[in-house]
Design a protein around this ligand. Structure first.
Ligand SMILES: *[C@@H]1O[C@H](CO)[C@@H](O)[C@H](O)[C@H]1NC(C)=O
Ligand SMILES: *[C@@H]1O[C@H](CO)[C@@H](O)[C@H](O)[C@H]1NC(C)=O
Ligand SMILES: *[C@@H]1O[C@H](CO)[C@@H](O)[C@H](O)[C@H]1NC(C)=O
Ligand SMILES: *[C@@H]1O[C@H](CO)[C@@H](O)[C@H](O)[C@H]1NC(C)=O
Ligand SMILES: *[C@@H]1O[C@H](CO)[C@@H](O)[C@H](O)[C@H]1NC(C)=O
Ligand SMILES: *[C@@H]1O[C@H](CO)[C@@H](O)[C@H](O)[C@H]1NC(C)=O
Ligand SMILES: *[C@@H]1O[C@H](CO)[C@@H](O)[C@H](O)[C@H]1NC(C)=O
Ligand SMILES: *[C@@H]1O[C@H](CO)[C@@H](O)[C@H](O)[C@H]1NC(C)=O
Ligand SMILES: *[C@@H]1O[C@H](CO)[C@@H](O)[C@H](O)[C@H]1NC(C)=O
Length: 725
């Protein structure tokens, strides 16, 4: 048996050409690959940005899983979502983003891979911009489907094009959650709608075709305060349809609790035809609910025989980063829901059944990667699942008829990898990797990165190292210290279009990206130790990491070092600015970080601060104030040039935080700049904004570190407002 070398994905030669921000932003972005029933071909989409037309183009392709050959299926921009219909190996369904009769509505069309546009026909008209198509074929050969979108309070699907414009812009609230992430709450909510495509009785030899009355049932609206998918990030992974099309399962936040100060959510079960109201299977009144398990539920999936639902749940009612455990519920049974591998110190984010229904496959963060693990469906609580993938980060996976899984992932050196892996065996074959195809990524490889462990404050800490082009360890490169957000999060071996390690390294730095106290994927102890310790252990872990780099890597120049971080990483940069570590850097960048300790109460997800500062704002105020970057004794130490970025639609952490810090730095005479986007949230997504973000961040760091990187502050065409005398 040939053993597969993960490193064989790359060319083992450190990249020779720099990856620029423009190339990163414009480079193809590919979706996950979804195999057809026989596992011969997989479907995926690609989108690409053009700096000439300033527009994104996108298309759908088929990937031959044997040969790796890619053929374009369609680039019609009306095809907004494309799935296998399941009725044959070539049958497709798609959401057509326009509707011939209803402005703002969409249509479901059916087609075939063999002659995409020739065989396409309309199967259903939907009255609103619905998406997230999931289907199952019923006994009679019909296709039961699910889609989701916004719903009016009365259960009707919301269509912006047909909605009346209110006369006043006022918003009025009587309950917490006024706004969330980047939107203000309204009386509308996310809902799952069900419908049926009826198989037409065709004459002998005629192809199967489908038609629909277009009538939809809102499966969520029947119970007050249910909402699914859960905003802001919920999508079709929040619901599933049983293989026979009869049942639907979905997650919703607990309807009986205030939304903003707890994380409780339940898994619901409802008949697809909407004949009965949705019922919680693990709610406080459900017969099988395990004792004292009250946290966030997620990822419900039906077993292949439709008789069981596997899902994940956290224990704590107000801790968003608590460990997720696997549960199995038997449909319409009153037995207590079973836990699997409860003692396993990992927190899976997705699960799937193997096609024989005997095992589950879990995707979980694991030592700064994300890996697939096999878990028998009858495992006890002491079972320790084994991984069968290794490097990179798994994004999606589908079971193939031969018992393998088709995995879509990414790595620091590739925006998309597609490969097969088999439980008990490991990676069995590479089918696609973007760095071997995309010109801008062509010089990237697994040898652009390495990792090390060092002694932190109270435990060993892992860190990535990312090398610049033509890296030569006899030379010296300025340090770029990368500080991650969360704080419950991790720098992983994955691709990012916002904090891409290679784009930063390729400006002439060695990027060091440590995973200090608070980081996820190394077990609960490291993650949970962040509570009430925002500025203590992690700060000391970062100091010790910096000293380790200074003492152990001759090729890293810490005298010309710079540091950058966002969100919690932004807070940490602000904290570093007013502490001794701040004096070790030539420049700092903080993106959306808190500054004034007391301002944390203006956030939306109150459970987050009430967990991390162990109590309410009034009972435990000293916890909130303990690590306050705005305390006078810290402000008096501010001395390192700092770029502050904070955008207006960041409702997690209001823009006032960035403005407050800028006022102080300017009055203290510390070189500083404020960058803001009126239309961006906690992240900068728009491609043109992303370019400016990169120019300013990299330009700032290059200017003060004296690095010879190609990006400069002057690259930005937006005028700088400066009334300094
Ligand atoms: C679609 O692809 C065809 C053939 O490659 C090309 O001529 C056409 O310009 C593309 N259309 C769009 C909208 O990208
Ligand atoms: C999408 O459909 C609309 C409505 O038929 C049509 O006007 C438009 O040209 C279509 N777009 C493309 C790219 O074909
Ligand atoms: C999308 O729907 C519109 C309106 O029915 C139709 O004109 C167009 O041909 C459809 N396009 C595709 C790709 O299905
Ligand atoms: C639900 O409310 C919307 C907005 O007020 C309205 O347009 C729609 O007709 C209502 N639907 C029903 C079934 O009453
Ligand atoms: C959450 O908020 C509600 C009011 O919306 C309040 O009754 C409850 O005590 C709060 N919970 C905590 C833990 O503060
Ligand atoms: C599982 O992960 C370990 C690292 O913990 C790795 O060494 C091993 O190769 C992985 N197993 C497979 C089959 O990929
Ligand atoms: C760990 O960090 C704490 C809080 O900053 C500090 O008091 C302590 O001395 C550190 N321990 C070690 C071993 O450095
Ligand atoms: C958090 O608060 C609880 C109850 O007030 C207390 O028992 C616990 O020790 C506190 N934990 C920390 C880390 O302060
Ligand atoms: C940039 O600096 C690095 C490290 O000192 C050096 O190897 C490289 O040749 C320099 N590049 C240019 C274009 O000066």
């Amino acid at each position: 048996m040939r053993t597969f070398q993960w490193s064989a994905f790359g060319s083992m030669v450190v990249s020779a050409v720099a990856l620029t921000p423009k190339e990163l932003i414009a480079a193809p972005r590919r979706s996950e690959a979804v195999p057809n029933p026989s596992g011969e071909v997989a479907l995926f989409s690609t989108s690409e940005y053009s700096w000439e037309t300033h527009a994104t183009s996108s298309w759908w392709s088929l990937l031959d899983l044997k040969t790796g050959k890619i053929t374009q299926l369609t680039n019609d921009s009306n095809v907004s979502e494309l799935i296998w219909s399941g009725s044959s190996d070539s049958g497709l369904l798609y959401i057509n983003g326009t509707n011939a009769e209803i402005p703002g509505g969409v249509e479901i069309w059916a087609s075939d891979t063999s002659s995409f546009s020739k065989s396409a026909y309309k199967a259903a008209s939907l009255p609103a911009p619905l998406s997230g198509l999931k289907t199952a074929i019923t006994k009679s050969g019909d296709i039961n489907f699910l889609v989701y979108g916004e719903s009016y309070a009365n259960g009707t699907a919301y269509n912006e094009n047909l909605a009346a414009t209110p006369l006043s812009s006022a918003r009025i609230y009587d309950s917490i959650y006024t706004r969330h992430w980047d939107y203000w709450l309204t009386t509308r909510f996310n809902a799952i709608f069900s419908g049926t495509l009826h198989r037409k009785r065709a004459g002998q030899g005629a192809a199967t075709s489908y038609t629909s009355s277009g009538s939809l049932k809102n499966l969520v609206a029947g119970v007050k305060n249910l909402e699914s998918p859960s905003p802001p990030f919920g999508d079709s992974s929040d619901y599933d349809i049983s293989p026979n099309g009869k049942w639907v399962t979905f997650k919703s936040k607990a309807p009986e609790l205030p939304r903003a100060n707890n994380t409780a959510s339940y898994i619901y079960l409802a008949p697809h035809d909407g004949s009965k109201k949705a019922v919680a299977i693990n709610g406080p009144d459900s017969p099988g609910t395990p004792k004292d398990i009250k946290g966030d539920s997620s990822s419900p999936v039906f077993s292949p025989d439709g008789r069981r639902i596997a899902y994940l749940q956290m224990e704590d009612v107000a801790y968003e980063s608590d460990r997720r455990t696997v549960y199995i519920y038997t449909v319409e049974s009153k037995e207590t829901i079973r836990t699997l591998a409860k003692d396993w110190d990992r927190s899976p984010s997705a699960l799937k059944w193997t096609s024989d229904g005997k095992n589950l496959v879990l995707n979980t963060e694991d030592y700064a990667r994300s890996r697939l693990f096999l878990l028998p469906a009858n495992a006890g609580d002491d079972f320790k699942p084994k991984n069968f993938t290794d490097g990179g980060a798994v994004a999606a996976y589908y079971s193939l008829p031969n018992g393998e899984f088709l995995v879509s992932g990414s790595a620091i050196w590739s925006s998309r990898t597609i490969y097969t892996a088999k439980p008990g065996k490991g990676v069995t074959g590479l089918i696609f990797s973007a760095n071997t195809v995309d010109p801008a990524l062509r010089s990237l490889s697994s040898s652009d990165i390495s990792e090390f462990y060092y002694k932190g404050n109270w435990t060993d800490i892992q860190s990535w190292i990312i090398y610049p082009p033509n890296f030569d360890k006899s030379k010296k490169y300025p340090l770029l210290y990368y500080i991650h957000g969360g704080p419950q999060g991790a720098w992983a071996d994955s691709w990012s279009t916002r904090w891409n390690y290679k784009v930063f390294a390729d400006q002439g730095y060695v990027v060091v990206a440590p995973n200090p106290t608070g980081s996820t994927g190394f077990g609960d102890e490291l993650t949970d130790a962040i509570a009430n310790n925002w500025g203590s252990y992690p700060y000391d872990d970062l100091v010790k990491g910096w000293e380790y780099v200074r003492d152990n890597f001759d090729f890293i120049d810490t005298d010309r070092g710079v540091a950058a971080g966002a969100s919690y990483g932004g807070f940490m940069v602000n904290w570093i600015q007013g502490n001794p570590l701040g004096r070790k850097f030539k420049a700092l960048v903080s993106h959306d970080g808190t500054f004034v300790a007391d301002a944390k109460i203006s956030t939306e997800e109150l459970w987050f601060i009430e967990h991390d500062f162990n109590g309410t704002f009034w009972d435990n105020r000293e916890n909130y104030r303990r690590w306050d970057p705005s305390a006078p004794e810290h402000i008096l130490q501010f001395d390192t040039p700092q770029l502050i970025i904070h955008s207006e639609k960041d409702y997690r952490l209001s823009v006032a935080e960035g403005l407050s810090l800028f006022n102080v730095l300017q009055e203290r005479g510390v070189p500083s700049r404020f960058l803001t986007f009126p239309d961006e949230n906690h992240w900068v997504i728009n491609k043109e904004n992303s370019l400016v973000w990169h120019q300013q961040v990299l330009g700032w760091l290059n200017h003060y570190s004296g690095s010879n990187g190609s990006v400069s502050l002057d690259d930005t065409v937006v005028p700088v407002v400066d009334y300094n005398p």
